[in-house]
Design a protein around this ligand. Structure first.
Ligand SMILES: [Zn+2]
Length: 235
């Protein structure tokens, strides 16, 4: 009994800030509710994504009880953002933005372009489900971009790469030899793809345009650096 008292007292004294830490973490681990989503302005959604990527690159990703989040989102989801990213295994949006169950919608396709299906998914994410921001997330050293630069002809990949033609069309003679080993050229195409894809959304979707015009939605382009984990914002 004495031993038990001593242990309890010792633990309480050894971790005087334990309650503070738990409270801070539980706040970050709180799932997005309809009210919390509604109270998040579009610019705040982008600011949040910037902040959480900084947390990720600082090695301070939050450790949450995922099963508790599963239970808390079982009957409803209210994500604050939607992200379109590449399938690249080094760029999982939920990890680089330190997000978890119920936080963000995520569509992934090699080369992070959009088509009718993905635009429809983004319309659902925002107009129907209330997300306040869309991020088109490109990345450096992208295999899909490199394949497009090299004009790869292989199975269905060739058709997929056609979606990157608008970005390829931004190249000019000053960019040097069109080859996937030309790193600056590949980076230029990847950034152009992120920017053009972002710009195309309001042109291709009256629903998204209406939300942007009403200041209920922000659409941004960003690039993830696979060597550092850092996300740089293009717009
Ligand atoms: Zn990629």
């Amino acid at each position: 009994m004495i031993t038990r008292r001593l242990v309890c007292g010792c633990l309480a004294g050894a971790f005087p800030f334990a309650n503070t830490v738990v409270q801070a973490q539980s706040l970050e681990c709180a799932v997005f509710t309809p009210d919390r989503q509604k109270a998040t302005a579009p610019d705040e959604a982008i600011s949040r994504l910037k902040a959480v990527n900084e947390r990720f690159t600082a090695g301070k990703s939050t450790n949450c009880d995922l099963m508790a989040q599963v239970r808390e989102t079982a009957n409803n989801q209210s994500p604050f953002a939607a992200i379109v990213g590449c399938i690249d295994s080094r760029v999982p949006p939920e990890l680089v933005f330190d997000q978890r169950i119920g936080d963000v919608f995520c569509a992934r396709v090699a080369g992070n372009f959009v088509n009718t299906d993905i635009i429809g998914s983004l319309e659902y994410s925002t107009k129907v489900a209330g997300a306040k921001a869309i991020v088109i997330l490109g990345h450096n050293f992208c295999g899909a971009i490199k394949s497009a630069v090299d004009d790869v002809k292989l199975g269905n990949i060739a058709a997929l790469l056609q979606n990157l033609q608008p970005a390829l069309a931004t190249l000019n003679n000053s960019d040097g030899h069109r080859d996937s080993h030309n790193d600056p050229l590949v980076q230029k195409v990847a950034e152009a793809n992120a920017r053009l894809t972002t710009a195309s959304l309001t042109n291709r979707s009256p629903i998204l345009k209406e939300l942007v015009d009403a200041k209920q939605l922000t659409i941004a382009a960003a690039m993830h650096d696979i060597t550092t984990g850092k996300v740089t914002w293009l717009s």
